[in-house]
Design a protein around this ligand. Structure first.
Ligand code: F6P
Ligand code: MG
Length: 452
């Protein structure tokens, strides 16, 4: 049950797989080692120091494997809930494969799993996050966009008194249209690509103003936002009204996701939003439970933005307090299934994680954020750009019980589907080098699912 197109692999020199496996991953690992050394220098207790040193040595070993293109060995049983899933995949599909000739998606995920293993077998540092500093730091440098949104959305969403029902619905549609784009473009700041971003670079990526959004809407190459609204506006009538977010990055992207989810709850379009994060550090900036808690608590209690006005600070506090309240009331739920931290694509989700598939099939809409989720949905393979989204995602569209699925993703890697024609992609291939990895373009695609 595989798609008919070949999956990208590290040795495909024409693909972003090559630069990622050969250059980006060693760079990311090098930075992770530096971070751990920094932490090591801050320790005093000898047993903790030596335990952390052993983690660094394991990371060095991983670096040797990665740069020497070693074969993928099984994962050590470190008590993680995903060990069996990993080792089954290695035994069944990737025996004898190395970092470069295994499918890119699998090999890249495998690197993050091995990184996890460097710490998970330790005594004191099991939950150490080598990317945590970076994630917090980037959010703290996102002040302008953070306050632009909090100053607008801290006040609860309300319709003005004398509006007709039709006018109310139109106001909601406009708000939905804007917030969908804010949520979408929030994905352009993932840290695996922007390791050394300046404050100005961050700012230009995070413009959330109306003019900017209107100008960038033409860069949404496959744009099913109108169909998405048709789906969402029906939800209010449903008894459930549950929307799921399969999250991507922590910090600013998560903050935008929450602003969007806040609107969905306040407007009554959804009754519950479930957020799916990762169980441990993943692809540099992906959301873990700790990142989730950090965001909400720093909004309410933190002093992250020294230059903020009292009014700005208050807007952030208010919004954060409201979000924490949603959590208490069960309107927002954070969860982290082990399957999300594996190398499987989502073509395999219903087979390898049937409990998760069943869980998602009860949702009214599952929104997958970001590039990696898009690669997983589409098997990360060389499908023609005009391939309809529901064909490209296979069982996630056509297996019995498949929920409605939306992919909101800025384009940062090779696979592009759901465009009106192949010509559009060919034109960009000819005219704009690097268009598939710049994050300048995006897709918002929807599959209607198949009721079980
Ligand atoms: O290394 C490539 C990649 O997996 C791409 O999917 C993308 O460039 C990046 O890492 C992660 O992006 P995102 O955070 O949007 O999934
Ligand atoms: Mg990510």
């Amino acid at each position: 049950n595989n798609p008919p197109w070949p999956a990208y692999r590290g040795y495909h020199e024409y693909s972003f797989a090559h630069a990622t496996m050969g250059v980006r991953l060693p760079t990311i690992l090098g930075k992770a080692i530096e971070d751990t050394m920094k932490t090591l220098n801050e320790q005093s207790a000898e047993d903790q120091v030596t335990d952390l040193l052993a983690c660094i040595e394991r990371m060095d070993g991983l670096m040797t494997d990665l740069s020497g293109n070693a074969k993928l060995r099984p994962i050590i049983d470190d008590g993680e809930a995903d060990v069996a899933l990993w080792n089954k995949a290695i035994a069944k599909y990737f025996q004898g494969k190395d970092f470069m000739n295994a499918p890119w998606l699998f090999a890249e995920a495998y690197k993050y799993r091995r990184l996890r293993e460097c710490f998970s077998v330790s005594k004191y540092w099991r939950d150490y996050d080598v990317f945590f500093r970076q994630k917090c730091d980037t959010f703290s440098r996102s002040a302008d966009a953070v306050f632009e949104l909090s100053m607008r959305f801290a006040e609860p969403f309300k319709h003005s008194e004398n509006m007709s029902d039709a006018e109310k619905l139109e106001a909601e549609r406009l708000m939905f249209h804007e917030l969908t784009q804010i949520c979408l473009w929030g994905n352009s700041t993932d840290l695996s690509l922007l390791i050394n971003m300046t404050e100005d670079q961050i700012k230009s990526l995070q413009s959330t103003g109306g003019d900017h959004l209107a100008a960038t809407e033409k860069n949404i190459l496959g744009n099913q936002m109108p169909q998405l609204w048709e789906t969402v506006k029906e939800l209010r009538q449903k008894t459930g009204g549950r929307i799921d977010f399969v999250l991507d990055n922590a910090g600013f992207e998560l903050y935008c996701d929450c602003v969007y989810a806040d609107f969905l709850i306040q407007s009554g379009l959804a009754k519950q939003v479930r957020f799916h994060g990762k169980r441990y550090p993943w692809f540099v900036s992906d959301v873990t439970k700790k990142d989730w808690e950090w965001l909400l608590n720093t909004m309410v209690y933190g002093y992250l933005f020294p230059k903020a006005t009292e009014q700005e600070r208050e807007s952030l506090r208010r919004m954060g307090a409201r979000w924490k309240q949603y959590e208490k009331e069960g309107k927002w739920v954070y969860e982290a299934h082990p399957f999300w931290c594996t190398g499987y694509t989502f073509w395999e989700l219903h087979g390898e994680a049937p409990d998760l598939f069943l869980h998602l099939s009860r949702s009214d809409l599952v929104i997958f954020k970001g590039d990696l989720n898009h690669r997983k949905l589409t098997y990360d393979c060389a499908a023609p750009a005009s391939t309809p989204f529901d064909v490209a995602i296979g069982p996630m569209a056509n297996a019995a019980g498949a929920p409605k699925v939306c992919s909101m993703r800025t384009i940062k890697s090779d696979v592009v589907v759901g465009l009106e024609s192949d010509e559009l992609a060919e034109k960009l291939d000819n005219e704009e080098e690097g268009w598939k990895i710049s994050g300048k373009y995006a897709v918002v695609l929807l599959s209607e699912g198949r009721p079980g």
